[in-house]
Design a protein around this ligand. Structure first.
Ligand code: 5GP
Length: 181
């Protein structure tokens, strides 16, 4: 699984990793947040209403789920089980609390933290992205401070100073894991 603060570039790095290693898939999570421009239901996320999300929680459909900022996010068991059954390596893009939960239920999972070069750079990237309100950015930066402080819990920390370089590092982690090292 790949964790790291919002704006650290997890999505960009993961997309590049998929181009470098065969047999790697990403699990599409569910969320109650509104789609950003360009995001499609079932591709970036399964966009659910709060009611539908609550029902999925009650039905035990999530491997883990969390409240993050003012929304809910969760990993769907059905997605991950199907991918693992097909022998694929599944990347979960997940925030800190969910990553800790996954470690408990899937102790074999490799935990990679994508770190921004600095919190100042992170703030700049989030503002530059222009997809969140000032208030949402402030919330994400506050969560980021906690997340960066927990980086030491992860098996690997990859600094995303350059997405291509960071992706090469993550690809090597996956290849090493497949070799059993
Ligand atoms: P965003 O709104 O920027 O897409 O995602 C906000 C945060 O939620 C990011 O740190 C992202 O990695 C995390 N996230 C996305 N899907 C899941 C999920 O299924 N479970 C958990 N715990 N976090 C998720």
């Amino acid at each position: 699984m790949i964790s790291g603060p919002s704006g650290a570039g997890k999505g960009t790095v993961i997309a590049l990793v998929k181009g470098k290693v065969d047999g790697v898939v990403t699990s599409v999570s569910a969320t109650t947040r509104a789609p950003r421009p360009g995001e499609a239901d079932g591709r970036e996320y399964h966009f659910l209403t709060r009611e539908a999300f609550d029902e999925a929680v009650a039905a035990g459909e999530f491997l883990e789920w969390v409240g993050y900022s003012s929304d809910l996010y969760g990993t769907l068991r059905a997605e991950v089980d199907g991918q693992l059954a097909r022998g694929e390596d599944v990347i979960l893009e997940i925030e800190l609390v969910g990553a800790r939960a996954v470690r408990k239920v899937l102790p074999g999972a490799v935990a990679v933290f994508i770190a921004p070069p600095s919190l100042a750079e992170l703030a700049q990237r989030l503002r530059g992205r222009g997809t969140e309100t000032d208030e949402a950015i402030a919330r994400r930066l506050s969560i980021a401070t906690t997340e960066v402080a927990a980086a030491g819990e992860f098996d690997h920390v990859v600094v995303n100073d350059d997405a291509e370089r960071a992706a090469t590092e993550v690809a090597a982690i996956i290849e090493d894991r497949r070799k059993g090292s």
